[in-house]
Design a protein around this ligand. Structure first.
Ligand SMILES: *Cc1c(COP(=O)(O)O)cnc(C)c1O
Length: 435
């Protein structure tokens, strides 16, 4: 499979080039040259199939011919060594729990696969590599955990100071001794959008890129997107058979996960429709309503991993639908939610069913309700993206009791932290990258 830029100017790239470059040289995002549908008989055989099996079948065409199916199988079994269960949480509603990986967020799934793809395709004699990552909360720790274990890789994390949860901050600054020396954690005196801009500026800085081997592990990298195709096939495969049309609600910030869902539908994932569920950072639901795309500064919410005002993967969704908003509306509806609604939904679901949603997954749940009400007989799947314990300060008051903190998080809270403050300055970041 070759990869093409959404801007159509850069030459077609191999998977290795697309992975190691991150952003295409014309400033666009890489997309697979084709989305060949999976054989329907194979899709039908997915019912109840193990995750790694489904992942191999979905991803094999995208890594061929560089990576053989056998090598892919080994890599995926190593990366996806935790469960991704589909759990019934309400009448006609299931949650795909993508948060049982090392950092308890769905980003572990993609980051762990991506790190292994990159190691497999590492160019010969490549200089030590710096993975530069902007994070609004969860990406940084998942990427650090996945990549800093790969020899010859250093991870530099930028997060907005004071705008991540206490638990997230610990996870972004207190790493296990085995990887702590290979992670540089920077608390940026600005917003997530500033962090993202600093990363983009670093990639655009020719002088810097001559001196340092830089790559991104943000969802602008196609390596983050491809593994996310799998969660949609896996979710559909775990629903009880027979079932009505499946509506999948994806809590969205940078829209990588939803872009992957829409690609999965083209590949034949049996999903009728999607909900683009957001917090008040609702540029995509607004676009679906008005046809106008108006990115703006992000606003802080209790679902902070989704506080994105200018979602980078929207460019991929537009490319997929050739800018045809009517065609996009046929597959996706938007749904945006305020913090108070989110708190109430966490409390309501817990009261009625005993299931504890984190704020991000709760937004996915809220997005499903109108969609399911309109389509009797349909079933709903929420992409559950974070463990509620990561957001205990929001979840506990909402459900009126304490939740158990998993051992992994507790250990992290007790380790010493290492972090540097960084002004919103491309020069200051450049100095750190050169050191
Ligand atoms: C990153 C993240 C999201 C949003 O995913 P995107 O692909 O950026 O839209 C949702 N929930 C959680 C917990 C996340 O970490």
């Amino acid at each position: 499979m070759r990869y093409l830029s959404t801007r159509g100017i850069a030459p077609a790239a191999s998977l290795a080039t697309a992975l190691w470059q991150g952003l295409a040289p014309d400033g666009g995002l890489y997309m697979p040259e084709a989305l060949p549908p999976c054989p329907p008989a194979w899709v039908a055989r997915r019912a109840g199939a193990p995750l790694v099996d489904t992942a191999c079948g979905v991803l094999a065409p995208f890594v061929a011919p560089e990576i053989s199916p056998a090598a892919l199988g080994t890599l995926l079994a190593d990366a996806l060594d935790f469960p991704v269960p589909l759990v019934a949480i309400d009448e006609g509603v299931w949650a795909l729990e993508l948060f049982h990986g090392p950092t308890l967020a769905f980003k572990d799934v993609a980051a762990r696969v991506m790190a292994r793809l990159m190691r497999q395709l590492q160019p010969q004699n490549e200089r030590p590599l710096t993975v530069l990552v902007a994070t609004s909360g969860d990406t940084g720790s998942a990427v650090a955990d996945a990549f800093a274990r790969v020899p010859g890789i250093r991870v530099v994390i930028l997060f907005p100071a004071g705008q991540v949860s206490a638990m997230q901050e610990a996870q972004l600054t207190a790493f296990e001794p085995a990887i702590a020396d290979r992670v540089v954690s920077l608390a940026v005196q600005g917003t997530f959008d500033d962090c993202q801009q600093l990363v983009k500026d670093a990639f655009a800085n020719v002088r810097l890129r001559e001196a340092v081997s830089l790559t991104s592990a943000n969802s602008i990298n196609i390596g983050r997107l491809l593994p996310q195709l799998v969660s949609y096939f896996h979710a559909a495969a775990q629903l009880p058979v027979p079932h009505g049309p499946a509506i999948v609600s994806t809590p969205s910030g940078n829209f990588g996960h939803l872009a992957a869902g829409l690609m999965a539908k083209r590949l034949g994932a049996p999903i009728a429709r999607f909900v683009a569920a957001t917090n008040i950072n609702d540029v995509v639901p607004a676009y679906l309503a008005t046809g106008r795309y108006e990115p703006r500064a992000s606003r802080a919410t209790i679902a902070n991993a989704m506080d994105v005002g200018s979602p980078s993967n929207f460019e991929r969704i537009r490319a997929l639908y050739r800018d045809d908003v009517a065609a996009l509306r046929a597959d996706v509806e938007g749904s945006a939610h305020q913090d108070d609604e989110v708190r109430a939904a966490i409390g309501d679901v817990f009261q009625r069913t005993g299931y504890v949603l984190d704020p991000h997954s709760a937004i996915g749940y809220l997005g499903l309700r109108p969609a399911l009400a309109r389509e009797p007989g349909a079933v709903g799947v929420v992409m559950a993206t974070a463990h509620p314990a990561k957001f205990a300060e929001v979840v506990e008051p909402a459900i009126g009791r304490t939740i158990e903190i998993p051992e992994r998080l507790r250990a992290c809270l007790e380790r010493p932290r290492r972090v540097k403050a960084l002004a919103v300055s491309a020069d200051a970041l450049g100095e750190i990258l050169l050191s």
